[in-house]
Design a protein around this ligand. Structure first.
Ligand SMILES: [Cu+2]
Length: 264
């Protein structure tokens, strides 16, 4: 390399080095953590304008035969049941609707911030099962986890967007208090001791969600007027979405249909 070229080459190399040192590093991962809101920014639910969405989640097709759970591997669990126990992954009600569908406002609330409830949602381990099978909470809302069984459980959420943890809970021990900081639909929960134990927790930044019940119905109350996308999420049958406009004090019906064909 000749004199002048060499100088240019050296200068270029130097600037690349400086650039890499200053700005070439990895950007910190963008955090979607929800901090407890300042009271001044909280959107208060106004009962004079709040709307409601109610509906049902219908099941189409032939209901799969309920799967019997065998607890023989753990005598202390089996001893807690006189009747057969069935899986809750697909529960088709007598009226051909589905239980345990998480229905929530997926889109339409913009940047609105809602108060974090201080009241915990309880998740119990009873009869070597989770009760209830599915819950919803807001980000940073406490979840109170109980062990009502005479056996040890090891509760283990397996989130994709939140902190993973697992904790052993012995019989008669203190309840656990836990929170999730980020939105996630849904977090699977398992027990490291009993492979048949499974539940789901939906975590949202707002209070507009519900879990369909024994009649397959759900109610989402207190919605500010607006245009919303509502999603129904089922652990085996996939999701369905619908758009709905809710006016002041309006009550809208949104029904969903899921089948073994809707699995996405
Ligand atoms: Cu367990």
């Amino acid at each position: 390399m000749k004199g002048k070229n060499r100088v240019i080459f050296l200068a270029l190399s130097l600037s690349i080095l400086i650039l890499s040192a200053c700005g070439g590093g990895q950007k910190p991962a963008e955090s979607t953590e929800t901090k407890p809101a300042e009271s001044s920014t909280i959107t208060k639910i106004d009962p004079a304008t709040a709307g409601t969405i109610t509906g049902k989640v219908n099941f189409e097709g032939e209901a799969p035969k309920p799967r019997q759970i065998r607890m023989d591997a753990e005598a202390s669990c089996a001893a807690l049941h006189k009747e057969p126990v069935y899986g809750e992954e697909i529960v088709v009600n007598d009226n051909k609707t589905l239980e345990y569908v998480f229905v929530y406002v997926k889109d339409g609330l913009g940047d609105k911030v809602f108060e974090t409830p201080t009241e915990p949602v309880t998740l119990d381990q009873k009869g070597c099962r989770y009760h209830p099978h599915m819950i919803g909470v807001q980000t940073n809302q406490p979840i109170k986890i109980l062990n009502s069984d005479p056996t040890t459980h090891n509760i283990h959420p397996v989130p994709a967007n939140n902190q993973e943890w697992n904790t052993s809970m012995s019989p008669g021990g203190q309840p656990l208090d836990r929170t999730f900081k980020r939105e996630e639909v849904m977090i699977p929960i398992k027990c490291n001791v009993h492979p048949w134990m499974k539940s789901y927790i939906g975590v949202l930044k707002h209070p507009f969600f519900a879990v369909s019940g024994k009649e397959g119905s759900f109610t989402i109350k207190g919605l500010p007027p607006g245009e919303y996308t509502i999603e129904a999420w089922h652990e085996k049958l996939g999701t369905a979405t619908q758009k709905v406009t809710v006016g002041a004090q309006e009550s809208k019906t949104v029904d969903f249909t899921l089948s073994t064909k809707t699995v996405s």
